[in-house]
Design a protein around this ligand. Sequence first.
Ligand SMILES: Cc1cc2nc3c(=O)[nH]c(=O)nc-3n(C[C@H](O)[C@H](O)[C@H](O)COP(=O)(O)OP(=O)(O)OC[C@H]3O[C@@H](n4cnc5c(N)ncnc54)[C@H](O)[C@@H]3O)c2cc1C
Ligand code: SF4
Length: 646
Amino acid sequence: MGKLGGFLQIERHDIPQRDVAERTLDYREFLLTRPVAELRAQGARCMDCGVPFCHNGCPLGNLIPDWNDLVYRDRWREAIAQLHATNNFPEFTGRLCPAPCEAACVLEIREGDAVTIKQIENAIINRAFEEGWVMPQPPRRESGQRVAVVGSGPAGMAAAQQLRRAGHAVTLFERDEAIGGLVRFGVPDFKIEKSVVERRVLQLLEEGVQLRCGVDVGRDVSADELRGSFDAIVLATGSRVPRELPAPGRDLEGIHFAMDYLYDRNRWVARQFGPQPPAPAPQSSRPITASGADVVVIGGGDTGADCVGNALREGARSITQLELLPEPPPRRPDERTPWPQWPLKYRLSYAMKEAKETSVGEQDFSITTTRFSAGADGRVGALHIARAEPQPPFGPVPGTERELPAQLVLLAMGFLGPEQELPAQLGVECDQRSNIRAVRPYTTSVDGVFAAGDARRGQSLIVWAINEGRQCARMVDRYLAGRRDGSSSARVPQDDGPTKAQRDRQRTWALASGRASERCRAASWAACRAPRARSRRLRRRQKCRPPGHLQSACRLSLIALESRCHFASSSPRTRSGSSPSPSDARRAASSSARSCGHGWMTSPIRSSRPITPRRWPTWTRTICTCSPPGTPRWRWASRSRTPSFW
Ligand SMILES: Cc1cc2nc3c(=O)[nH]c(=O)nc-3n(C[C@H](O)[C@H](O)[C@H](O)COP(=O)(O)OP(=O)(O)OC[C@H]3O[C@@H](n4cnc5c(N)ncnc54)[C@H](O)[C@@H]3O)c2cc1C
Ligand code: SF4
């Protein structure tokens, strides 16, 4: 754990930001990194809770207490290994995630006092890139099977990387001119510079992923061609159909969907400051600009905030951001979203902070648009609005009508679902909300076609997209393993390990029983819920009683399952289903220990011995410090040096 009682002695210091007056003059990132000593102090605040709610709050199941502790102890190289164990792109989440983990942190019981998890995450990955610790991890064996991943947002990138590391030949299709999806063309450079995305693209290339930018699957390549050329297809096409505002005057010029504006701005920034895309960008006949205009952004979410930030940097005369729903309370409403749930409270966005401090913008809630009217030039000139009733359907309150000048109106009211052409061509079923329906986890109604990210779960967050990409890759890998084994039709995997809901149930149970560490229990349970053969092996070797007693396996099984470490380790067992030779296994394990960051990397936390295959038995016996005294520990390790779950 961090410093004993550290959270009582050290104050939380949030991520430092560049001064508003300075940062609104350019497109560089506005988040800064603290000096190492301060970051270590922030890491020291983490209590390594027996019930680490942060871990549960994170959709990726990031090993947060572990890397907080490593940062506190100045062991950054091990920290990045832990971070990569569950997250392919921590620099995306470190910069962009709203941090549900912090909302769930135990210290957040005193509101606003959580460990600065996101800041530490970002600092670890920034340092790892600076030090050259982030290396490509090409597979050591080829499976000979081909996978097409359609869509290169965070979900598609994560799926492609995991599948490639598992040895499949992966082609990543993207209809835009560059890889990255919304992280590239939606989120502005001042939140994440595109060189940050580009270095991951290079990593994908060096690992052997084939990138095909500027290819619209369904038009340039037909669904039949795709099915004929690949053993499996992953749809990670995002959720891009925007919500309309059917008000009179909607067809006037100067009213645009937010995404059209954001794409334009991101392309402009790329042209000015790089990096240049590999395929030619489409030329817009009339670029959308906010320069010198009164801008109204309809929609109070992230997309709207990014429009405000861009309009400000373009030099808009005034900016107004409108939201239909009432203003949320300033503090966590305990009756609605008690800790550790995500609090539905008011948060001043970075962009609105900028707009307010420069006196260019304001934000209003409970506002409905009644119509648009034209200006002298025939384009939109004004927006007619009224106060909205607090309940659906949020109709206008009589007598509250007013008019706002507007030469540019941006509609940022959310997304309805994924585009339907490609799913229709493939014959894939969609659910009532028009998202691609998963009949089994990440598995669509069509054999060999999988779905991940916003296309499957609806418009969401980057952290969810990465998680979905990873999980989906695991399902595809298992599906392909079934085909490789020669079964007439590949077995669709039934079990994807514990779901978040299952983990929640486990946590409740652990809380109720109040005995050993919950993390330990969750892990043991995860091991027992893993594919049956593996579970049986573990049980036999652990001589375990019911799930909650698998104490000694806890850390390794949890980490191995959650990080899907077999993708990174290229284990012969995982590839072929047969047992590895001892030397193969040793090589795989020691290489994984250095590179992939699953359970083996945790050994230095508990033991100062160097990691070598020879040391495994000693190390594995010392690793699980959360077992109560007298619990049998990792018995099999003294007999066999080959981890059983590989
Ligand atoms: C403006 C904006 C700002 C956001 N900011 C944040 C934030 O700060 N933090 C956060 O956590 N989340 C944020 N989000 C949400 C987040 O970006 C998404 O949840 C995430 O990017 C979804 O990833 P994805 O891979 O599922 O889809 P996407 O990122 O949408 O990627 C899908 C890709 O598929 C491609 N594609 C679609 N159809 C085809 C086809 N037929 N052929 C080839 N390619 C195709 C698209 O061009 C696109 O590149 C934001 C969203 C928006 C719109
Ligand atoms: S809940 Fe907070 S204090 Fe506890 S382990 Fe997680 S980050 Fe540390």
